[in-house]
Design a protein. Sequence first.
Length: 124
Amino acid sequence: MPWTYVLCFGVIGVAARFAIDSWLARWALSFPFGTLFINLVGSLIAGFIIGLGPQRNLAEDPIRLGLVVGLCGGFTTMSGFGLQFVQLMNDGKVSHALIYGFGSPVLCILSVMVGLFVAKMMVS
């Protein structure tokens, strides 16, 4: 049953992301304000949903699971990143949080660069 909530809310999150990003792209700004806006709003919503319920495993509450993982996860990847960072800090795993917090963006950007390089090498 939890998969159903994640899937259904995920479709809504993905559709909302596409709609909002497409709408904001009409102004063709040189900065990705649409993505920034989506990431901030999704992270805010995820934190709010987590804060409303009891601090227990989300798997025990399929609707909250669907909202956080499906809706917010489909809407933005940064909500999961932010929640995991805060959870590590709350668990007292400060070094893990800092490594994750600084390492993830850097490694993801490097991964995109490697993926682009490999694709160009294959096409050439």
